[in-house]
Write a new protein. Sequence first.
Length: 244
Amino acid sequence: MASEESRAGSLAWVHARGVAELRWRDASGDHFEQGDLDLRWCSGRGIAASISKFGDRHAWIGSDGVRWWRFAPKVRPSTLDVGVLQPAPGAERSVPDECAVTPALLGLAPLRPRAGARAAVDGTLAWVELDPAGLPSTEGGGFEAGFDLATLEPRAVRLLDAAGVLAWRVAYADVRSVEVPGTAPGAWPRAPRRIEATRGEGGASLLLALGSINVDREAVDRPPLYDLEALRERFAPESVRVLE
């Protein structure tokens, strides 16, 4: 889709800051966690996201495009979870983490339709199945994106399971231009400042509210940020769980 290439195709070195909020419910009730978010994406290397509270890092989530990981240095024992972005069917996985480290699902990379896919109009959105390249495994289901009929801006992505039931929905809001020094404003790419992933209908949710997005190669093109072994040495987790 030409509009998606125009919107995000030129983004490669993104440094964003904002707030991350996680809400969920279990047997003990409703829960809410919030932290300051520092997000970096370097095309060809990966994603690195730090979540801090009052200056202390509580989580480091990242990916090298093949694997994803989450360090929790403040829990006891300190932990590391590792998984693959396209696990084998039936393998244990973590969809929130996969969503948080996938550039297309964050609206930072083009949402490309699958070859031959046809759009289905529902209200003000045109829904179309996405090319699976660069997306987490669907285990027999599929990813669809909803584009605004008037502007062709992406408004949501939904993950359907093998039975066609909504498993996750990622909604985008406040899509704005990202300044690229040396480029005319009319050619600046656009990315959402608000990304919210929700499980099913009203389940657990992860909200990323970005106060700033900058194209900053110097800040993000740093190989150790996307090197799992270097990060393991840096954080020295006491417990490791592999989800693959």
